[in-house]
Design a protein around this ligand. Structure first.
Ligand SMILES: [Fe+2]
Length: 210
């Protein structure tokens, strides 16, 4: 069964060279300064999100797209730092299905991330590409970072919510194929307590969309 550790091969990290195993256990912040900057900015961002008093879901997605989209300092920093990390080799360094679909954990849910995990997935697809089916028991917050301007990631409901530069947020208990289209991009996502499950089935009932 596919699971979070089913990464086939790792891309060598230019920062720490041989022996890097940033995925699936996270990045060593002491030796990867760009990752440390990302963790620090993520903590500031998550503190603000906590003050919005909304849990992952449709309302949070709308609010993030209104207030934290392109031009917002957090969003722009996430784009810069994730793209730098991709070049450095510690972002999405584990191949799930060849070089066009890769994932890597950046941080486990720790105090410095308000107990949210930080993960990045890299997609390179022109036609709609579906990744591993999964469920978010506590929801997810997903920053969509296009590398090609045409890149989009799908939120929910399926088929009607394609998101370019900006955010998707799926509520607790939702499940889906992560789908991308339009070229290269990164999904940088936060999971409360790091929770994700790979045993959900497309026919399982979804919680009400909200
Ligand atoms: Fe997801």
């Amino acid at each position: 069964m596919a699971n979070d550790t089913a990464l086939k091969s790792l891309i060598k990290c230019k920062v720490c060279g041989a022996g890097h195993d940033g995925s699936p256990d996270g990045i060593d912040m002491a030796t990867h300064p760009t990752a440390k900057k990302l963790l620090d900015r993520s903590l500031e961002f998550l503190r603000q999100v906590q003050n919005l008093r909304v849990t992952p879901g449709k309302d949070l997605e709308s609010r993030l797209n209104r207030e934290y989209g392109p031009g917002n300092a957090y969003f722009d920093d996430f784009c810069t730092l994730l793209k730098a990390g991709l070049d450095e080799g510690w972002v999405a360094s584990g191949e799930i299905d060849g070089p066009h679909y890769r994932r890597g954990k950046i941080s486990h849910p720790v105090k410095e991330s308000l107990y949210m995990s930080l993960t990045a997935v890299y997609f390179d697809s022109q036609e709609a590409f579906a990744g591993q089916y999964h469920k978010h028991p506590y929801g997810e917050i997903n920053c969509v970072i296009p590398i090609d301007d045409t890149f989009e990631l799908e939120g929910l409901p399926v088929g009607v919510n394609w998101q370019g530069a900006g955010w998707t947020s799926l509520g607790p208990g939702t499940h889906h194929y992560p789908r991308s289209r339009g070229g290269r991009g990164i999904a940088f996502f936060f999971l409360p307590s790091g929770r994700i499950a790979y045993d959900a089935k497309p026919d399982d009932p979804q919680p009400p969309f909200k």
